[in-house]
Design a binder for this molecule. Sequence first.
Ligand SMILES: [Zn+2]
Ligand SMILES: [Zn+2]
Length: 63
Amino acid sequence: MDSRLWPCPPCGEIREFIQPTCLDGHTDDGGECPEWACVDCGSAVVFGDVGVVAGVLRLRQAA
Ligand SMILES: [Zn+2]
Ligand SMILES: [Zn+2]
């Protein structure tokens, strides 16, 4: 299974994210589902672009 390492807001740390089975039809046309779930807390996050990740990083620095 594909997985990525991203900062997870609820966890407050870098976590491994996996893609749950897409139920919204994102992959019907061969596209990639933008929804990822943290394997640690199960929090679902939509990563549309790197700007979202950058925003999370800023949140961590402010905390
Ligand atoms: Zn999807
Ligand atoms: Zn998490």
